[in-house]
Design a protein around this ligand. Structure first.
Ligand SMILES: Cc1cc2nc3c(=O)[nH]c(=O)nc-3n(C[C@H](O)[C@H](O)[C@H](O)COP(=O)(O)O)c2cc1C
Length: 192
């Protein structure tokens, strides 16, 4: 698949199965992440791979945190949370490692980590691996951060679920470039 084809056809894969991507494929995914644009070359990201038994351990953590967030959660709600990490054979937790910098505001560092995440989705797609970027309440909860070993200033910006796409690929939405692009030639002089 060439670069433009990958960029134009990436689509999320909500249903994933099979084995985790093999080492070579995964390495290509991380190499792509490391080429994300990065003001002042801070490398404001790190990636935590969760697979095999780690997925059930993460599921147990999701279940505990669901109970912590809502002591009235039903058994079904707790079990639903427990099952979430099991929706793929592998999850890459994308962590933004934001540090104070005179010229690089926090938001730029988070955006960089987001760009790394998108590059991973594209590198996965280009190699025939299905993927989906998810967050939800678990991404932002301090007990999840502690469980995954994040330090105080680190944030989770995504759980990238990866594996073999199951079921049919969704149709690409028919978005039109002209709905999102305008041309500016000076104040009050913008054309579609
Ligand atoms: C930061 C971020 C967080 C997201 N979190 C979720 C999520 O928790 N659950 C979900 O169903 N989709 C989530 N999405 C959206 C999906 O990853 C996906 O982009 C969306 O369903 C559109 O599908 P597409 O990627 O095929 O266009 C998130 C996207 C981003 C960028």
């Amino acid at each position: 698949m060439d670069t433009l084809e990958a960029l134009h056809t990436r689509v999320s894969a909500p249903r994933l199965g099979g084995d985790p991507p093999d080492e070579n494929v995964l390495n290509n995914i991380f190499e792509a992440a490391l080429r994300a644009p990065d003001h002042a070359l801070l490398r404001p990201w790190r990636f935590i791979v969760v697979k095999q038994d780690g997925l059930s351990v993460l599921g147990d953590l999701f279940a505990d945190v669901t109970k912590e967030m809502n002591p009235d959660a039903t058994e079904a709600e707790v079990e639903k949370a427990r099952g979430k990490p099991l929706r793929a054979p592998m999850i890459v937790v994308v962590v933004a490692n934001v540090t104070k910098h005179a010229k690089v505001p926090d938001i730029e560092q988070v955006i960089s980590a987001g760009a790394a995440a998108q590059s991973m989705l594209l590198a996965a797609h280009a190699q025939g691996i299905g993927a989906m970027w998810r967050t939800g309440g678990m991404a932002y909860h301090p007990s999840i951060h502690a469980g995954l070993g994040l330090s105080g200033h680190e944030q989770i910006i995504g759980f990238l679920y990866m594996g073999k796409r199951e079921g049919k690929s969704r149709n690409l939405p028919g978005l039109s470039v002209e709905d999102y692009v305008s041309y500016w030639e000076g104040p009050g002089n913008t054309s579609a």
